[in-house]
Design a protein around this ligand. Sequence first.
Ligand code: CO
Length: 417
Amino acid sequence: MDFLRRSPGCFHAVRNLAEMLEAAGFQRLQETDLWSLQPGGNYYVTRNGSSLIAFRLPEDRPHRLRLTAAHTDSPTFKLKPGPGLTDGGLTRLNVEQYGGAIRQSWLDRPLSVAGRVLVEKEGDLRQVLVAPDRDLLLIPSLAIHFTSPDQDAPSVQSNLLPVLTTEGGPAVLDELLRVCGVEPETVAGMDLYLTNREEPRLWGLKNEFLSAPKLDDLACCYGTMEGFLESEADRDALIYCAFDNEEVGSTSRQGAASTFLRDTLERLFQSFDLTSDERHAMLARSVLVSADNAHAFHPGYPAVADPVNRPKLNGGLVLKHQAAQKYTTDGVSSALCRMLCKAHDIKLQEYTNHSDQRGGSTLGNLSNTQVSLRAMDIGLPQLAMHSAYETMGAGDPASLAAFSKAFFSDRLPEVQE
Ligand code: CO
C-alpha cells in the first residue's frame, strides 16, 4: 500500500523500484555509458525513466535466464500541450485518454497530476518528477436531470475535461507548474497525467479486500520485485523487468515489444564472452514469467465468465490460458508453474476467457517478438480492471511474492521435447 501511495504514475513507480534495488546494493547503469559488468554483480538500468530492467549475474557463465515482466503504466488521461479551455467561468485542462480507462470511474472525485517535467539548464535537460500532494482537479458528471437513457457515451474532448479553476488565461498553466514545484519559464517539455487522489484502503468485514488506483499492474511490479530481491539461484542470470506502455500496445521505445530487453541481454551476454552458439543454447533453456493482473469472477456479471475457470479474490495466484496465445502459457509452462506452486504450498487458480469473449492482451506475447522465450502468463485476481479504483484480495499479493521467490530460486526442470 505504501508503494502504491508513493507511485502516482509510471515515472514514480520506476523511481520507487530503483530505490528498492539501490537499498539491496544494486548498481545503476546508464544506457548511454559503456558497461563493464562483473560476474556476480547486481545491476539495473532504466529507459525513458518509465521502464526498468534489473539483473543478478552468476559468478560463472549463466546456465539459463529466468525473467519476470510486469508493467508500470495504467489507464489515465494525459495533458496536451497548450492552454486550458475557459468557458462559462471554468477553466478545464485539455487532456486525451491514455489506455482503456473505465471513463465514468474518473468522475466526481478529487484528482491531481503526476509525471515528469523536462527542465532546461544551461542548454541541457534534466528530468524532474512531479506529483503535487493536493486535490487540484475534478471531472464533474452531468446532473441526472439532463441525462436520458438514449444519450451517447460521454466524449472525452467535450464532456470529460478536468476542471482546474474559475480563473482564466495562459497564467493558469504557469500557476499549475508552480504548484508542481517547477519554474514555468525553465520548463521545456512535460509528460503529465491525471492521477486519482483516493488512498489505497483495506475494507470488508475482515479487511479482506484491498482497493487502490493502479493495482493493474503495480501489484505485480511490486510482488515480482519482492521475490527477485529474495532470490537464491546462483547458476542462472535472474532478470526483473517492468515495462511502460502496456496499456497502449507496448510498441514504444521502452515498451515490452521494444528492443530494451534484447539490447540489455546483448550487453549482458557480451560481458560473459558468450559465442552465438552458447547464447542460443542459453535462451532455449530460459523461462519468462509475464505477470499482469487477471479478472476475478464478478457475481454481478456471471455471464461474462468461463463456467469452470473462475478466479476468486483471496484464492491465490492465477495462471492465464488462451488458445490464441495472447497469454503465452502452454502445457509445458503450466506444468512448470504448477510444480513450483505445489512445492511451496502457493494457492493457484486457473483463468480462461469465456469462449465467446475476445479477452485482453498482456506483455509476454509482445516481449516474445523481440526475444522468444518459453513463457507463462500469471497475475493476481482483481475486479474492476482499468477503473480509477480497482479491487483485489488483500491476501493475494503474498502468493505472487512467494511464487516469484520460488521461480528465481528453485531448480527448474529441464524439458525434453
Ligand atoms: Co495490466
